[in-house]
Design a protein. Structure first.
Length: 290
């Protein structure tokens, strides 16, 4: 009769399976880094293709009037496909090449999925760093270029065209008036939100335009109303596209986490079952008749 107080011996074969050159810790950082680099590289290649065919959310216009909701939706779908493909590849690679464990199959699957999530998290960090480095380099190039349009002092760049329309005139003023443009921009910005511009601000802006351009008061007021209405519509469209793009980006990243988890599990099952995809493609075998 077995004594209940005596501890049972350990199950033979439990624990990490020693693989030549393979780590035996719970987290295998080598496969995680490899999968993250592969995912980030795939993401960069696919997004470069999207930029090459014009499927980008940034407009070539110097302002934000011509943002397209349909372009943002199409870009969001491409973000989703890119996230699924890149994170699934990185997760599968991490699950396939990491060392296995001799333990409960559910535990092995969980650990493979955890490695997929680590690949997802590290790839996002790498992608954010690459995006920041690219934006910094582009900003530095643009700052040193003499062809980049620079707004006047105190003038917001996204309202430059609207201010040009407000103060457009056939007269040749003696000198530019950046202070008038800056003041008009500050007044217009009060009407870009949910509330419309105050009546006294609109009247003062019309008087400012009339004095600057020589238009009749009625014509100046009409120009102010048209420019402000179009600017409000453009701002509303820009807010919608920003919300859509942010939502699609977050949804793509969440879907990428799920793809990395399940792909890492699939890679682990292929690893334990010694299942490997064919690495060579034979034209003769493909075209042979039965």
């Amino acid at each position: 009769m077995t004594d209940l107080a005596t501890p049972s011996p350990a199950v033979p074969g439990e624990g990490p399976v020693p693989i030549p050159g393979g780590p035996l810790s719970y987290i295998h950082w080598g496969p995680v880094f490899a999968g993250a680099v592969a995912a980030a590289a795939t993401w960069l290649v696919l997004m470069t293709f999207a930029a090459a065919i014009g499927m980008i959310t940034a407009s070539p216009s110097p302002t934000w009037r011509d943002t397209s909701v349909w372009l943002v939706l199409l870009s969001g779908l491409w973000l989703l496909v890119t996230a699924l493909a890149s994170f699934a590849l990185g997760g599968y690679l991490a699950g396939r090449v990491r060392s296995t464990w001799s333990t409960n199959p559910d535990e092995v699957e969980f650990r493979d999925g955890a490695h997929g999530l680590l690949v997802w998290a590290l790839a996002i960090v790498l992608g954010a760093f690459l995006t920041w480095a690219t934006a910094t380099a582009i900003s530095a190039i643009g700052a040193g270029s003499t062809t980049v349009m620079r707004p006047a002092n105190g003038e917001p760049a996204f309202l430059s065209y609207e201010l040009d329309r407000l103060f457009r005139t056939d007269r040749q003023p003696a000198q530019a008036d950046p202070e008038a443009r800056s003041e008009a921009a500050r007044i217009m910005m009060t009407g870009m939100g949910r509330r419309d511009m105050a009546a006294e601000d609109r009247a003062y802006l019309a008087r400012l335009v009339a004095a600057r351009t020589g238009l009749a008061p009625a014509d100046a007021e009409r120009r102010v109303n048209e420019v402000v209405a179009q600017a409000r519509q453009a701002a509303r469209r820009a807010r919608v596209t920003s919300v859509l793009l942010g939502f699609m980006t977050a949804a793509s990243l969440a879907a990428g986490a799920a793809a990395a988890w399940f792909a890492a599990g699939a890679g682990g099952r292929h690893r334990d079952g010694a299942i490997a995809p064919p690495l060579r493609w034979s034209w003769r075998r493909t075209t042979a008749l039965p």
